[in-house]
Design a protein. Sequence first.
Length: 150
Amino acid sequence: MKVIRTVIVLIASIVLFSANVNPAEAVTQDPVSLTGEWLGTWTSLNATQYNGTIEISMIQDGEKVFGTSLVGNTKCFPDRTFEGTLSGKYDNFVNLQLYADQTPISQLWGAISRTKNAISLVYNFDTDRSDCYGDVGTMFISKVQDYSKI
């Protein structure tokens, strides 16, 4: 039994040491992109009875993200566009600007999961050009995975 364990450890060591992977590269490479379809919910912190769904189509180009969103159960501009930037050591923070008819209407800040499949955001309608002026709230969105498409 001791000989078999020794042989297994020896084989595992040879495989691990001969693998052509640099640990530093493995940590910094992140092939996961935010590009894709996202679904989630939003809730107003001013009045929690105001809440709804959100659908997002997002494109990531380096540290830039942009796309369109469709927000359900809202009185202000359900069709929106957005653009923003990623920051942080692993690009796990996002700062977005929402637009309606090319007019800035809201700022969003959020944290992205390390697997880049979920984002939690805080929003603030900071311009009086929007019917939602003064509203603040949260959004939680998840990336639609290939295996979950019907």
